[in-house]
Design a binder for this molecule. Structure first.
Ligand SMILES: Nc1ncnc2c1ncn2[C@@H]1O[C@H](COP(=O)(O)OP(=O)(O)OP(=O)(O)O)[C@@H](O)[C@H]1O
Length: 228
C-alpha cells in the first residue's frame, strides 16, 4: 500500500512554451486518491497540463501545487508514464523497475524484492532479464506501470499510456491498471484522447475543449464529445 494520495492543484495557471500560451487561467483540483482523466483533441494541451503537474514545465502565470506546496521540479512522489520510450533501453526489465527504488535509496535486497513483486503483478514474471527492445508494446507498458508503482508514488501521471496499443492489448492494460490501482492510494491523472477510455477509467473527467477547461462529473459520451 502506498502512502496517501497527493492533492494536486492548478491555481490560475498559464502554461506554454517560449512566448506562446497553450492554456491560460487553469483552475483545477485533483482530490487525493481519485482517477482524474483529462480528455481533449490533439494539440489541446493535455501533455502540457501533465508536464506542469510533473514539474517538468513551470507555469508562466499562477501556480501548480502538490499538497499545498508549490511544484518546482520533478519528484519521485509524482511518477510519470509515457506513451512510449519511457524505459531506459540499456537496462533490463528488472533494472528499469528498480530505478525509482534506487532514487529513494532503498537497500539493494529490498529493491530486488519489490521489483520482483511488481514485475509479477503486471504479469511479466520470467521476463526480468529481458531488454525493452525484446518486448512487445503492451509488455513495455506493463514494465512502465510496474516501475511507476514500485516507487510507491503518491501520484501517477499518465500521458496516453495505451495510445499506441492495439484494441485488445489496450483493453487488457485498462483492466490491469484498474486492478493494480485498487491496492494503492495514489492520485492518478490520466491523459487520453479516447472518450471511451475516459469513461471507463475516470472517477472524474476534465475536457480540454473549445471553451477551455471543463470538469464533467457523471457526463455521458455525448456530453463529452460535444465539449471537444
Ligand atoms: N516543447 C514544445 N515546444 C513548443 N511548443 C510545444 C511543445 N510541446 C507542445 N507544444 C505545443 O503546445 C500545444 C499543446 O501541445 P500538447 O502536447 O500539450 O497537446 P496534446 O493535447 O497533448 O496533444 P496530443 O494529443 O497530440 O499529444 C501544441 O500546439 C503544441 O504544438
Amino acid at each position: 500500500m502506498s502512502a496517501a494520495g497527493l492533492a494536486l492543484r492548478l491555481d490560475g495557471a498559464g502554461l506554454g512554451y517560449g512566448g506562446g500560451a497553450v492554456l491560460s487561467g487553469v483552475d483545477l483540483e485533483v482530490t487525493p486518491g481519485e482517477i482524474l482523466v483529462v480528455v481533449g483533441a490533439s494539440g489541446s494541451g493535455k501533455s502540457t497540463l501533465l508536464r506542469a503537474l510533473a514539474g517538468l514545465l513551470r507555469p508562466h502565470a499562477g501556480r501548480v501545487l502538490a499538497d499545498g506546496a508549490e511544484v518546482t521540479g520533478p519528484s519521485p512522489d509524482r511518477a510519470m508514464i509515457f506513451q512510449e520510450d519511457g524505459l531506459l533501453p540499456w537496462r533490463s526489465v528488472r533494472r528499469n523497475v528498480e530505478l525509482p527504488l534506487g532514487i529513494r535509496k532503498v537497500a539493494r535486497a529490498e529493491r530486488r524484492r519489490a521489483a520482483e513483486e511488481w514485475i509479477g503483478r503486471v504479469g511479466l514474471a520470467g521476463y526480468e532479464d529481458r531488454l525493452p527492445r525484446e518486448l512487445s508494446g503492451g509488455m513495455r507498458q506493463r514494465v512502465q506501470l510496474a516501475r511507476a508503482l514500485a516507487g510507491a508514488p503518491r501520484a501517477v501521471l499518465m500521458d496516453e499510456p495505451f495510445g499506441a496499443l492495439d484494441a485488445q492489448t489496450r483493453a487488457e492494460m485498462q483492466r490491469l491498471l484498474l486492478d493494480v490501482l485498487r491496492d494503492t492510494a495514489a492520485t492518478v491523472v490520466f491523459v487520453t484522447h479516447d472518450v471511451d477510455e475516459a469513461l471507463l477509467l475516470g472517477h472524474r473527467i476534465v475536457v480540454l475543449g473549445r471553451d477551455g477547461v471543463r470538469t464533467l462529473a457523471g457526463a455521458t459520451r455525448e456530453q463529452i464529445v460535444k465539449e471537444l
